[in-house]
Design a protein around this ligand. Structure first.
Ligand code: DER
Length: 233
């Protein structure tokens, strides 16, 4: 279908353009688009004899993708400098600021992105936006310490947000992240100044990571409905 084809095109073009013979340590994001990145990377390793030294995961899902593709799984503490990291996004504005965390993986994703020399977003056309909050209506994902989610909900309301605790579908109770925390999705409507909002959110005790990735992505590849790929930097 159109969306999946757009994801695949964006991922393949990003891997082909951004992974060179010099790329040794690769960051692997989470979600459905990055699955195509791993597929393309494994293909290139096999056919071009690339010498990838380490693939750094951003979730249990990413670890599975790396292992199942036969790529070299490694830890961030063993490779604190990442040559290039690939990840999806829920929405990306004109300055490449992103809302991430739709898959509740934003804590490890932001750690890997922050250690990458080049952080590359791969997404389908639905994520290509002018202003954050205009396409993605499910709120800013926030990873929070379970013992404090009630006071945090109150503080987010006081900031003008509409926060909800993310409940699991195939498990009773709240979603629990790979780090053992909860996720609150806080709707702030249109976000014209994501940097200012991120500063306010991360200052709330108990919020361990926000899904606002400001001034982090160097490149973004969007698969378009017409089969083309638009890239921004
Ligand atoms: O959770 C995340 O930040 C993921 O990157 C996710 O939002 C992207 O998901 P998708 O590639 O399945 O659209």
């Amino acid at each position: 279908d159109l969306v999946n084809e757009a994801k695949r095109k964006a991922a393949f073009e990003a891997i082909d353009a951004q992974v060179t013979s010099e790329s040794k340590v690769i960051g692997i994001g989470s979600g459905s688009t990055v699955v195509f990145c791993v597929e393309r990377l494994a293909h290139r390793v096999k056919t071009e004899n690339l010498s990838i030294k380490a693939c750094i995961p951003t979730s249990f899902q990413a670890r599975q993708l790396i292992v199942e593709a036969g790529l070299p799984l490694a830890e961030l503490n063993a490779h604190p400098t990442i040559d290039v990291a690939f990840d999806g996004a829920d929405e990306c504005d004109a300055e490449l600021n992103c809302i991430k965390g739709g898959g509740a993986c934003q804590l490890q994703e932001k750690l890997v992105a922050s250690c990458a020399t080049k952080f590359v977003i791969v997404a389908d056309y639905r994520k290509d936006s002018k202003v954050l909050g205009t396409q993605w209506k499910q709120g800013v994902p926030l990873e929070v310490v379970p013992m404090a989610y009630v006071p945090i909900l109150a503080k987010l309301k006081a900031l003008g947000g509409k926060p909800t605790l993310r409940m699991a579908v195939r498990k009773a109770g709240p979603v629990v992240t790979d780090n053992g925390n909860f996720v609150i999705d806080a709707d702030f409507g249109q976000i014209s100044d994501p940097v200012a909002l991120e500063k306010k959110l991360i200052a709330i005790p108990g919020i361990v990571e926000t899904g606002l990735f400001c001034h982090m992505a160097k490149y973004a590849y969007f698969g378009l409905e017409n089969g083309e790929v638009k890239h921004l930097k």
